[in-house]
Design a binder for this molecule. Sequence first.
Ligand SMILES: [Ca+2]
Ligand SMILES: [Ca+2]
Ligand SMILES: [Ca+2]
Ligand SMILES: [Ca+2]
Length: 307
Amino acid sequence: MRNTPLLVLGLALSLGGCSCDDEVLGDGGDADDPIADLGSTDGGGMDGGGSGTDGGGRDFGPRPDGGGPEVCDGIDNDANGIIDDVDEGGDGICDCLIVATLGVPGAHGAGDVFSAWLDERSDIGATALGDMTLTPELLEPYQVIVAEDLRGREYSDDEVAALEAWIRAGGGLMTLIGYGSPDERTNVNRLLAPTGVQYDSAQILGGSPTRPVTEWTEHPVSEGVTQVGVDNGYEVIGEGDVVAREGGFDVLRAREVGAGKVLVWGDEWITYDSEWTEHPEYQLERFWLNAIKWLTPATECQVPILI
Ligand SMILES: [Ca+2]
Ligand SMILES: [Ca+2]
Ligand SMILES: [Ca+2]
Ligand SMILES: [Ca+2]
């Protein structure tokens, strides 16, 4: 299975289909899945010490460290130094990963392969937070959050502070841009402001269909990656390490903020079906695997990438 990612992807495409119409804003509250319960009961999704205090859907019953095979319980069961490092399918995404998306998927390309791909690689799948109000309680359960199109939404000071606190406590935030809405850049820059990384104002790197980003610096996120496509993005400026450049523009910056991390990518085409299925010269799946692994806390849910 691990040798046939395209086959698996094809399956994900056909199963995941395109339930992603343009009006996705409205179903941003689509968080009535198990993760919401995890978050609201005790916020203990990332809490290894939660045994006995939860009333939620997960079994946090007492299990001494080193006491057996690794399972998703917030404890390092096999005592190898990594909590919940489970990946039974060997797909490179930790089965215990608690991940969410923010905003709405883009509409310039078809489908939402990214969500379908991610959904089937961890037990819980990706929760779509949509335009929900960001609070410490909402964010606390998640280890990784990917912000997509943030148009139509003005984030308050409290929300910006909640996201910053979540990052500093160990959360991993990845942001995308380039969806073409006038306010998306304002909104994502507002959320990113405390991290020191920002999107510049001029649109860059138009391509047809996409233009490959070909300059990659040594970084965990660039391992095995030589080309990924972009179309009409924005340069990533400010703090952090430049991981990818093209045409004289910085396209990807990575920065550690407190105990957490931010990864700021200057476009959104990496979520569109065409980039996953029509460009064998792009290492898009490897890029996403690297990104999610790097954003995940170093001692939690770290599994090998085998593709
Ligand atoms: Ca372990
Ligand atoms: Ca465990
Ligand atoms: Ca997996
Ligand atoms: Ca774009």
